[in-house]
Design a protein around this ligand. Structure first.
Ligand code: GLN
Length: 230
């Protein structure tokens, strides 16, 4: 995935989070402002969100460009959640482009998105990977090792593939976890909640950029950013 976003806070509509922002994921699907690899994100999109009373998140994913999805645009103003992860995809050459390769990937309550690329041969194969796409295999790897080891897992994978870009975004309804490893990340915390995204979706001065090679943990109470051991 080349651009992604997580929201944790007061319920917001999928329209308000994904489609409406001036420089949000819809705009980023054809005109990202900070993308360093690829120019468009037209190879699919996805959104996952937690719903009160349901153990597992709901997801809507597609292999089509976000801008072409009139059905989603029609229902997005009617769906609200306080825990949302969405992404638009620029497929790495050689990767499948069907819906199952579009983030967010899921495991239990966790939703996972990967912005970057990794050589799949350095990772074990996982029966639970949703696709043979590198991002799906990496998501399965991260979940198999435990989300609380995310920082160590990213450093280990980078050691196995020094060319890898491993910016990840995870959400379980209580916490946002993220890494920067080759691609950027920004967050904004306010009274209503926290948004963590690969690039700011507007020009609000409250956005904070996360340096490369860092780990982020965000809850509704605050954001902790720590350097990854390299
Ligand atoms: N490698 C992943 C994919 O093909 C992510 C791509 C990206 O970040 N542009 O989906």
């Amino acid at each position: 995935m080349c651009r992604h976003l997580a929201w944790l806070g007061e319920p917001r509509t999928l329209d308000a989070l994904v489609l409406a922002p001036e420089h949000g994921l819809l705009q980023q699907s054809h005109h990202p402002r900070r993308q360093s690899h690829g120019t468009m994100n037209a190879d699919g999109w996805g959104v996952g969100f937690h719903v009160p009373g349901r153990a597992e998140p709901a997801r809507w994913r597609s292999s089509r460009p976000l801008w072409s999805d009139a059905s989603f645009a029609s229902v997005a103003p009617t769906i609200s959640s306080g825990s949302v992860l969405a992404a638009v995809r620029s497929a790495t050459p050689g990767m499948p482009t069907d819906e199952s390769a579009a983030a967010p990937f899921a495991g239990g309550r966790w939703l996972v998105s990967h912005n970057g690329r990794v050589e799949r041969s350095v990772l074990p194969s996982y029966a639970e990977a949703e696709s043979v796409c590198d991002a799906a295999v990496l998501a399965a790897h991260v979940l198999a090792h435990g989300v609380d080891r995310l920082a160590d897992t990213v450093v280990e994978v980078a050691g196995l593939d020094p060319t890898a870009r491993l910016s990840l975004l995870l959400l379980d309804g209580q916490r946002v976890l993220a890494t920067t490893w080759g691609d950027g990340l920004s967050y904004r915390l306010d009274d209503d909640g926290v948004v963590v995204a690969s690039e700011p979706f507007d020009d609000d001065p409250g956005w904070v950029d996360v340096p490369d090679h860092h780990h982020l943990e965000a809850t509704r109470d605050g954001v902790v950013v720590t350097a990854l051991d390299r």
